[in-house]
Each structure stands twice: as C-alpha cells, then as structure tokens.
Design a protein around this ligand. Structure first.
Ligand code: SAM
Ligand code: SF4
Ligand code: SF4
Length: 339
C-alpha cells in the first residue's frame, strides 16, 4: 500500500539540498549581515556524499517519490554536481529530474548537466532592473550574468525554462510586468512566488507580501490572462495563460492561498536530515544511522515513520498564529532545505 501521512497525503516529490553554501546573499534567504565572512557553513565531512544521497534517494523513490529536484544553497557550487545527476538518473521509477539554480555558474556547467541526464531547470530571477537585482542578491551579481546562464540553458535545449521570481512589496513589485513581458517573448514560464516567512533571519512582515491575486491583476491589466487547470495533483503554482496564446505564467500563493492539503514534498538536507515541511522545526537524521551501519530496511523504517507521522500544515495555520508565536518558532532555514 502507498505510504501516506496523517492527512492521507502521499509522498511524491523529493527536494535534495546538496549544499548550504551560496554565491548570492539574497536578503530574503541568506541576509549578508548574518551570513558574512565568519559564518560557519557545514564542514565537508558532514555533507552526505553522492553515494549516500543516491542510496537514500533510491529508498525514498521506492516509497513513492517520482519527482526529484536538486537545490541548495546554490547546487552548482557543489563540486562535480553532474556526477550526482547521472547517479540519480540511473534510479528506476524517477519520472522527473530537475534543478533550481541562480544560474550564475550555468554557462560553464550546462553541457555536463545535460549529458548527465538533467531533464528540467528552474532559474531564479526577481527583476530585470540591475540595481534592484543587486539589492535582491546582496550585491553578488548583475542581471547580465543570469541572462547568460539562461541563454546557455536555452542553447542546451532546456526549454521552456521555469523562472522563479520572489515578489516583495516596495522592492521589485513595480517591475513584474517587464519581467513577464520579457519571458513571454522568450517562451519561458515565469512563476511569481509570494514572499514567505521561511527561516528566522529575513525579518518577514506580512505587509511585504504581494498576493498572487494582485500579481495576476497587474499582469492581466497589461497582457490579458486566463486561468488554466493544473497539470497534476499537488502542483503548487496556479496557472494562467496569455489570452493571445503566447505562453503562461504561474503564481505560488503559499501565504494567501496555502496548498498544504496537497503537499507531497519531502526534503533532504545537505547533512542528511529529512524534513516534511518547509517550515519544520526539526528533521530526522538519516545520515547518523546510515553511517552507523543501518541497512536499507532500517533506513526505510525511519522514512516511513517520519512521513507516516506527518501532520504539517504551517501555511494553513500561519494567519492564526500571533506575531510573537511566529517569531518564537525556530524554523529550518530555506538555504538549508532549498525551497
Ligand atoms: N540558490 C538556488 C536559487 O536561488 O534558485 C536554489 C535554492 S533557493 C533557496 C530556491 C528558491 O527559493 C529560489 O527560487 C528562491 O527565490 C526561493 N526563495 C528563497 N527565499 C524565499 C522566501 N523568503 N520566500 C519565497 N521564496 C524564497
Ligand atoms: Fe542563494 Fe538561492 Fe538563497 Fe538566493 S535564494 S541566497 S541564490 S540559496
Ligand atoms: Fe507543504 Fe509545509 Fe508548505 Fe504546507 S507549509 S505546503 S505542508 S511545505
């Protein structure tokens, strides 16, 4: 029988965070004043090896996961990441093997990723305005570098791309229509993400969230949109197509229209903990038993137990928590489990 959690949700997706490091310092994820020169990232021996990741993934796929996504931190910072891609590509039962990246290192990596079997790419880009973009990545990159990464992905045949844009009121929300027009012309699928209170370090305030509804209204006013059905159960983005037939966008309304009821995602952290929610307080370690000699059956029991006990629905209860209760909740950081 299929593995399900306490709310009958199956396990379908696995997000694998391969590193807690990043070459950007997006203030909504890894603010530079906290993640500075002296910040202690995980030492290498604590990271799962590619062999360990592959072994755990194989078990999680046996338990129902069919979609894999590599993320981070910045996944392209993990040395020889293409080797992991090709190892994961060899697992029976995987329908989809994707990666989310800031694209900075994509031009030098894209051919190896393609050859290794990567199927799909999501690139994060919050605005086309260079000054605002620098502000939104902690001064680490101009827009041009990301566009070069996107061009490399196009040339390697990763089309259409998905483009993730985090929307923050008063920061980039006046540039959304330009971004939409740009990717409409190029045939990529832009997905606007409501700014979330992930982790404990970004100083999130509800006033900074622009609702998906407002985003759709703004794009629709410039380029008319029509709602379309989701592709599959558990798809997080609400989809809209341009009325003139020129492509689609999505909005991920994790704050204003939560979708916990169909959340089928498990997350594996760089040091081998599994988390059952983006807003989890703690994870279950698979690395410790694995390195202590546990066999596959024993690891499977831990994963089954963790998913079987799952009652997470943070986004549905967020609005019922006081600001104080939200602040006291010590959540896992986004760069740790990769969004
Ligand atoms: N470094 C890669 C990247 O940025 O594409 C992968 C990891 S990043 C944590 C994954 C996604 O999470 C990115 O698209 C990023 O924009 C998004 N993200 C990070 N912090 C967020 C927040 N506070 N609210 C909404 N989305 C966020
Ligand atoms: Fe790095 Fe991605 Fe987080 Fe930005 S969102 S700091 S690129 S991990
Ligand atoms: Fe899934 Fe947790 Fe997000 Fe709800 S809040 S959709 S359970 S990750």
């Amino acid at each position: 029988m299929d593995l399900t959690d306490q709310f009958s949700r199956p396990l379908r997706d696995l997000r694998i965070s391969v590193t807690d490091r990043c070459n950007f310092r997006c203030p909504y994820c890894m603010p530079a004043d906290i993640f500075g020169e002296r910040y202690q990232f995980l030492p290498k021996p604590q990271l799962l090896s590619f062999e360990e990741i592959t072994r755990l993934t194989r078990i999680i796929v046996r338990l129902g996961a069919v979609k894999l996504r590599l993320t981070g931190g910045e996944p392209l910072l993990r040395q020889d990441i293409e080797r992991l891609v090709s190892m994961l590509d060899g697992i029976d039962g995987v329908d989809d093997l994707a990666m989310t990246t800031n694209a900075y290192l994509l031009p030098q990596k894209i051919d190896a990723l393609k050859a290794a079997g990567l199927q799909r790419l999501t690139v994060s880009l919050d605005t086309l305005d260079d000054d605002i973009f620098r502000q939104m990545n902690g001064g680490r990159s101009g827009v041009k570098k990301v566009l070069e990464g996107i061009a490399a992905a196009e040339a390697a045949g990763f089309t259409p791309l998905k483009i993730n844009c985090v929307v923050q009121r008063g920061v980039n929300d006046h540039t959304l229509v330009d971004l939409a027009r740009f990717f409409k012309e190029r045939g990529h699928i832009l997905r606007f993400i409501e700014y979330m209170d992930v982790g404990n370090k970004n100083g999130w305030k509800m006033e900074q969230v622009v609702s998906g509804r407002e985003i759709v209204e703004r794009v629709d006013a410039a380029m008319p949109l029509e709602a379309i059905a989701s592709n599959y159960f558990g798809e997080v983005a609400r989809r809209y197509r341009y009325a003139d037939g020129g492509g689609e966008i999505g909005v991920i309304c994790s704050v204003t229209q939560p979708f916990c009821g169909s959340c089928t995602r498990m997350r594996l952290s760089p040091e081998g903990q599994i988390f059952t929610c983006l807003f989890a307080i703690e994870g279950a370690s698979l690395r410790d038993p694995l390195r202590a000699g546990a066999n596959d059956g024993e690891l499977e029991d831990i994963i089954r137990g963790t998913w079987g006990d799952r009652i997470d629905r943070y986004s549905e209860i967020r609005s019922s928590l006081t600001e104080d209760a939200r602040d006291r909740r010590k959540k896992v950081e986004m760069y740790h489990i990769g969004g």
